[in-house]
Ligand binder design. Sequence first.
Ligand code: KIV
Ligand code: NA
Length: 275
Amino acid sequence: MKTTKDFLQMKERGEAIVMVTAYDYPSARLAEQADVDLILVGDSLGMVVLGYESTVPVTVDDMIHHTKAVRRGAKNTFIVTDMPFMSYHVSKEDTMKNACRIIQESYADAVKVEGADEVLDTIYSLTKAGVPVVAHLGLTPQSVGVLGGYKVQGKDAESARKLIEDAKKCEEAGAMALVLECVPMQLAAEISTMLSIPTIGIGAGNQTDGQVLVYHDLITYGVERVPKFVKAYASVQDAIVNGIRQYTQEVKARQFPATEHSFTMKEEELAALYG
Ligand code: KIV
Ligand code: NA
């Protein structure tokens, strides 16, 4: 399994870092088979798997439940688990306890938190306590209510300057990596050059040290619309719907199951049964 040190070295070598989300055993198995460098158990879980409107309703227990399944499917891949909404804001004690539960109960290798400012102290304390932390700046979906929607961040000089400062502070606080979501490519490039820790971009252009995409977006699985920054590398949902539809038709037509899918008794046993 790759470690935080490997990710730093990959950045130094200019080798792109590949991250994808996964939420359960099969998605984790397939991601590991496809040789990704890290798996993110994102709180996007809430939207793509649990059907919520945002990531806000996701709980620590949800994250643990799904990370356990991901770990069982990807024993040899570095797993980052999102700390969900409000699980690192109420008090320092609760923050440490929640992160500790995620690491100890689900065997995640690191946690991810959104934002800078008051979150910097959390990054620092968790890192000091031995928990690797991935920071997340730009569009931070847990703050969608405050941001006023899912919009590109850091487009004007003032907010770009703040993002650059925040990125620096995340690194200083001890973050092992920084996710940059929905920021102009020039800004993401600048931040990536400035930091020694790897940046992992989503909707942040081609100059970040790595990329991350949401599993269901990448393979078009149960999603209706994908953001501009997504490239769909496969479409499994048509195959799934067609498969289930054909099953439905064959059951209705009494074509399934055929004899080849059925078990039989020997003639003599049948005779003994009815004889
Ligand atoms: O929850 C998630 O999937 C994420 C990625 C989009 C970075 O945080
Ligand atoms: Na997330």
